[in-house]
Design a protein around this ligand. Structure first.
Ligand SMILES: NC(=O)c1ccc[n+]([C@@H]2O[C@H](COP(=O)([O-])OP(=O)(O)OC[C@H]3O[C@@H](n4cnc5c(N)ncnc54)[C@H](O)[C@@H]3O)[C@@H](O)[C@H]2O)c1
Length: 468
């Protein structure tokens, strides 16, 4: 699956020794040059019967990962790394509660390097704050490990290029774990697009609209500043800082990087009122947060156009009182699906109208016919795990792909393209909404990469008893 000969973005020299040499170099090893190994489209490795995972960043996501992975007999959490002892202890307890062996601990800000070089892991789950996604992931791949990175892959264009080129050079998977790609409604949306029920799809809408105000001011209430606060406490950040939850499922359904690609984005942001009013009301106008000027703006709205002329409208807001939504809308020549809540309408023929969304009964019959087979089989196993079961489905899928030696659904190009919108929307906002080009991280590979298939597999060989 390894397409040789792709030249790196900067035209760097071929690395020569390839992965064999890198295996010796390990995490601390010297950089051999970018992009030496060719395209990662369709990249797969030999089936892995046993998957040894090291978790770097044992906080909320990392701790949840420990419990989730313990459901899969072929996955062993062998190493844990954090800068604090408490999260390590919590993860060890989760392992003990699941009757799993203790993992080796790595403590300290650079201890992830020793974890990567320890020989204890095949895969690193990188659940550090976003500014560490890049160095930890590069280190893991340089040590010969596959890396699964929490969203977003990294927050700069330069960083996304480095991850692309490191994956190509080291021939290691670098998958951004976008759990929303495995939501029940998102997979139904994907399946309907593949079945042609929406016709020729030309437009999508999505977002991340989540009232996070109560999580944003921890110092004022006696806690530490978490990763979320970096965005609003920055004096320069603007745009859509968390683009991938909404964008990922649309990009997959619309074949981005697999027959089409993002071309450019325009982005505007409303003035910033939400955080300020909240902080003044909660902590007083003279508090640190009450006096702060918030650069981020409340509602960011971006429009992406693809080279084939399709459009995606993407929104981002964490600072206003409003029910959670990722919106999810896909429109084609025959019909529409939108979620939060799920609604579908289509005409059998593009010349006909679809004036009303389907009745409850018809919606149920559409779900029964086109809904995700994965959710039908494992939905009961998934419920109760993170994010309404999406986390379980996502794990089930990447574990299955590694176990069977299949390509992963979200390759390094997808992670980079989706994540690049964080910086690019900010660039456009700062230029009064002017169009900003989106890099082609595939360097032309999007023209020949195969579209994703509908996900349908029976994972009984993994030993998870289906309760469905
Ligand atoms: N997919 C999702 O739905 C989702 C939800 C929440 C968070 N996230 C992502 O997950 C990541 C982590 O978020 P979280 O909520 O778990 O944050 P968290 O603060 O709970 O956990 C981060 C952990 O990383 C540790 N850490 C910091 N520096 C480190 C270093 N140098 N080496 C090792 N560990 C270090 C911290 O001590 C902490 O325990 C973020 O990138 C975030 O964007 C994704």
């Amino acid at each position: 699956m390894d397409i040789a000969g792709t030249i790196g973005r900067r035209g760097f020299l071929k690395a020569g020794g390839g992965f064999a040499a890198l295996g010796l170099a390990g995490c601390a090893g010297s950089r051999l040059g970018f992009g030496a190994g060719g395209s990662m489209a369709g990249f797969r490795v030999a089936p892995m019967e046993r998957i040894r995972v090291g978790i770097v960043g044992c906080g909320s996501r990392g701790g949840g990962g420990v419990s989730r992975f313990c459901k899969f007999p072929c996955v062993e959490v062998t190493a844990l790394c954090d800068i604090k002892e408490e999260p390590l202890a919590k993860c060890q307890k989760r392992l003990a509660d699941a009757s799993r062996p203790k993992a080796k601990e790595f403590l300290g800000p650079e201890a992830y390097r020793a974890l990567c070089d320890s020989g204890l892991c095949d895969v690193v789950y990188n659940t550090t704050p976003i500014d560490l996604h890049r160095p930890v992931s590069v280190c893991a791949m340089n040590a010969g490990l596959h890396v699964l990175v929490e969203v977003e892959l990294t927050d700069s264009i330069e960083g996304n290029w480095e991850l692309v080129e490191t994956a190509e050079r080291t021939r290691r998977h670098c998958m951004m774990l976008e759990n929303c790609c495995y939501g029940e409604d998102e997979l139904l949306m994907f399946n309907l697009a593949r079945a042609g029920k929406l016709g020729d799809v030309m437009h999508g809408e999505a977002g991340y609209i989540h009232d996070c105000r109560r999580m944003m001011f921890p110092k004022e209430i006696g806690g530490e500043e978490p990763w979320r606060t970096m965005f609003i406490s920055s004096k320069t950040k603007t745009g859509n800082d968390y683009p991938t939850h909404g964008l990922g499922p649309l990009a997959q359904a619309m074949n981005v990087n697999r027959g089409d690609r993002f071309d450019f984005v325009v982005s505007v942001t409303s003035r910033s009122v939400g955080y300020s009013e909240y902080a003044k009301g909660k902590f007083g106008p003279d508090s640190v947060y009450g006096r702060r000027a918030y650069m981020a703006g409340d509602m960011n709205t971006s429009i992406i156009q693809t080279v084939k002329g399709n459009t995606i409208m993407l929104q981002f807001c964490e600072s206003t009182p409003r029910p959670y939504t990722r919106m999810n809308l896909l429109q084609g020549t025959k019909g529409i699906i939108r979620t939060f809540p799920l609604r579908i309408a289509w005409a059998e023929n593009p010349v006909d109208e679809a004036r009303n969304f389907f009745s409850k009964e018809r919606l149920e019959s559409v779900k029964a016919k086109y809904g995700s087979k994965l959710w039908a089989r494992y939905g009961k196993d998934a419920k109760g795990h993170g994010h309404g079961g999406m986390d379980f489905m996502m794990d089930l899928r990447w574990i299955w792909c590694l176990h069977e030696g299949l390509p992963l659904d979200i390759d390094v190009y997808d992670g980079a393209a989706w994540s690049s919108l964080a910086e690019l929307t900010a660039q456009s906002v700062n230029k009064r909404g002017q169009p900003v080009d989106i890099p082609d991280f595939t360097r032309g590979g999007w023209k020949t990469a195969n579209p994703l298939d509908v996900i349908d597999f029976d994972a009984s060989s993994l030993g998870i008893a289906s309760k469905s």
